[in-house]
Design a binder for this molecule. Structure first.
Ligand code: PDD
Length: 286
């Protein structure tokens, strides 16, 4: 069945939704995005995604064409029109269509492009992968140095994902200067002697909305958290590993570059955090 998608204020069947060939998002990857999960027809941590969207736009001196209330109304409209019970809403904002190709930004009054669409995923909360865990490989982090901005320039993460798939793994963890930064589209964690370790916030990683919530829940549950980088050797010798993202929630990792982590099955810390996260976020969903 064809989806109804949002393009610049209109709700259209996906086949009829069009963006210009001159759009800066298409020509220059001059756009930012957010992915918000839907559980039980409601939006998970919508306020967090709006806050990060504003920050990404601000860092790129890009305007924000809609208010948070307008974004919320459009997200809800798409959930309703497409009958989404569980899944994701993708939102992209670009610097728009200047009518030609030019490295310089277009005039500030150039209308921006706003696109939103749904992705249905029935088993988002009871994802079978969460019971077996992911295998990840390690590869060099060759992205640009402003990974804190959620831009649509995802070519390197996409190449790393393909490298992981070719190796029979589920994802790649990226390594820079001998330290893990994050996964292709998620934040990376290890657990050692009961302490949860994940890289500190900086422009080296995306400031995950799920990361912020999970670390808050971990601290509230009296778990010890250390925000610092960790090496591949440390990761391979960890008791547990996991990743977080808006679409994977908390996903256990059971193998890193061929090394079995702990018992080679999802560990208790990751499983507990996943349960807490899903329960608490369902309660707070809008
Ligand atoms: N990815 N790090 C990177 C590089 C990401 O692309 C993402 C999100 C995250 C986790 O952020 P959050 O918890 O806010 O989803 C970390 C999204 C889900 C995607 O590209 O589909």
């Amino acid at each position: 069945m064809s989806r109804i998608v949002y393009v610049n204020g209109e709700y259209l069947p996906e086949e009829q939704a069009k963006v210009s060939v001159f759009d800066r998002g298409f020509l220059m990857a001059d756009g930012v995005y957010e992915v918000t999960s839907v559980l039980g027809g409601k939006l998970i941590d919508f306020g967090g995604h709006m806050a990060r969207l504003r920050r990404s736009l601000g860092e790129l001196s890009m305007g924000n064409p809609l208010s948070d209330d307008d974004y919320l109304a459009a997200h809800r409209e798409l959930v309703s029109r497409n009958g989404i019970e569980n899944g994701m809403i993708y939102l992209q904002v670009t610097r728009g269509n200047p009518g030609d190709r030019d490295f310089a930004f277009p005039p500030e009054d150039t209308p921006q492009t706003v696109v939103m669409f749904t992705q249905e995923k029935d088993n988002l909360a009871d994802n079978p992968a969460a019971t077996t865990g992911w295998k990840v490989i390690l590869t060099e982090d060759l992205r640009w140095s402003r990974r804190d901005i959620k831009t649509v320039q995802l070519l390197f993460p996409s190449l790393a994902k393909m490298e992981a798939k070719a190796a029979g793994a589920d994802d790649a963890w990226l390594v820079e200067d001998g330290v893990i930064t994050e996964g292709t589209s998620n934040n990376a964690y290890i657990v050692k002697d009961g302490t949860i370790i994940t890289r500190q916030l900086s422009s080296d990683i995306l400031h995950g909305i799920t990361r912020a919530a999970v670390l808050r829940f971990a601290r509230e549950a009296q778990m010890k958290v250390e925000e610092r980088g960790f090496t591949p050797d440390e990761a391979k010798a960890a008791d547990e590993a996991f990743v977080t993202s808006a679409s994977a929630f908390v996903m256990p990792v059971v193998e890193i570059d061929g090394a079995r982590i702990g018992e080679g099955k999802p560990g208790p810390v990751a499983q507990r955090l996943r349960d807490i996260y899903i329960e608490e976020m369902r309660k707070a969903a809008v």
